[in-house]
Design a binder for this molecule. Sequence first.
Ligand code: ZN
Length: 107
Amino acid sequence: MALYCENCMRLVDTPVCPRCRNRKLREPEPGDFCLVAEVPYMQAGMLKELFSDNDIPCTDRSALGAGITVKLGVNVGLTRLYVPFDKLDEAKALYDAFFNAVPEEPV
Ligand SMILES: [Zn+2]
């Protein structure tokens, strides 16, 4: 059973969060926003649309931090996508289907 870290908004499999060392992990609740994936900015927009088409609430954060994003331009960098815990499996399935549908190399 994965535990939820409120600081990182992600599920972890260890008693202590490997990212922030948080020891106050708890069982995830349906409304907890959990990390689905870290994706390039351009694909984040498409995925958010896909999630919203499937009635999955989604929120995002820049993986680089606002200052760096502004400096490099909005098209550079990664975006982290979060959905509620009760929609996580659904969102991951959509995410997998989305990336499997995109060819690795342009034909
Ligand atoms: Zn953490």
